[in-house]
Write a protein that binds this ligand. Sequence first.
Ligand SMILES: Nc1ncnc2c1ncn2[C@@H]1O[C@H](COP(=O)(O)OP(=O)(O)OP(=O)(O)O)[C@@H](O)[C@H]1O
Ligand SMILES: [Mg+2]
Length: 367
Amino acid sequence: MAQVSLRKVAKVYKGDVRAVEELNLGIENKEFVVLLGPSGCGKSTTLRMIAGLEDVTKGDIYIGDRRVNDVPAKDRNIAMVFQNYALYPHMKVYDNLAFALKLRKYSASDIDKRVKEAAGILGISHLLNRRPKEISGGERQRVAVGRAIVRKPMVFLFDEPLSNLDAKLRVQMRTEIHKLHLKIQTTMIYVTHDQTEAMTLGDRIAVMKDGRLLQFDTPLDVYNQPVNKFVAGFIGSPPMNFMEGKIIKNDGRLYFDEDAFKIKILESMYKELDSYIDKKIIFGIRPENIFDKLFASAATPDNTISVVCEVVETMGSENYLYLSTGRHTFIAVVKASNKPAIGSTVEMVCDMQKVHFFDPTTEEKIV
Ligand SMILES: Nc1ncnc2c1ncn2[C@@H]1O[C@H](COP(=O)(O)OP(=O)(O)OP(=O)(O)O)[C@@H](O)[C@H]1O
Ligand SMILES: [Mg+2]
């Protein structure tokens, strides 16, 4: 078992493609860290550098106390599971699991023990005599993970391992991977662009964009205290609502003025917002922090806005209301019983404790 650290790691591909820029990341022993970000942000490149499948252009990578920049992949004691986990089709599940150990010249009895142990952990002991085409997609995915487990590596690397599975199986396998981590307590680094996977699996999430690390925090901290507008909008479904407007001061009080509505800001935010008075700003509020006044207990004229309900999406357990101020549309997630008429004007209450403000130029969070 081992910690993994990346110090100022950069990767420039041929043709001056800057895939990763000065990445600093410290992953604790036994930690489950998710690298999250949009397509092309450098997640796989980072993982492949840790695995030793890609050279590091600048910086240092340590696994445990060992600098591994010049250590070949096969000697790094890591195992990687890919999205395209091609199993050997002509080999039985048992032999697929045993293959890497045979290559490494483990004894037959040791191989048998490890294969059976891994199959037991993954619940595939009854499939060992089948070929890949005789098992389901989810079971195949388990075999792919099993091939990594038998090696008892110090670190597991996963690159979007669930993206070939259908939605239901994804959720199921996500739980399996979670359980696996609890069971085998090994450092895991998991790449995905799916924020739900990141939120549910990660001890910490490293949010990346354009080859840079934007934030490295626990899922709840990333959710509640995003460092900038990008992170705020990337985490959460439906995503945070953003509205452009300005801060105005009236009778010593600060308001966010969207044109169609004004809403009073809590005094605890005055200090940070002071330099934005009469200036443009971006207001952010999550859909679950907006309530229909009919059902809200803490409605006051200061935190309530009048908007038009344009669409209601029924999700079963809740409704998504698509609301319009005239200048902006935004989403509120409300109870299933709360179903305003389409086209009607509704009074919505904002939980002002939960709102954020962002600088319109830098997009950094102000408060
Ligand atoms: N072998 C390569 N040669 C040149 N450029 C590459 C190579 N591999 C990746 N890139 C580029 O580096 C950047 C990062 O790619 P990477 O595969 O790390 O992204 P990613 O975050 O894993 O994206 P995805 O979610 O689509 O898998 C992209 O701009 C990509 O086009
Ligand atoms: Mg990738």
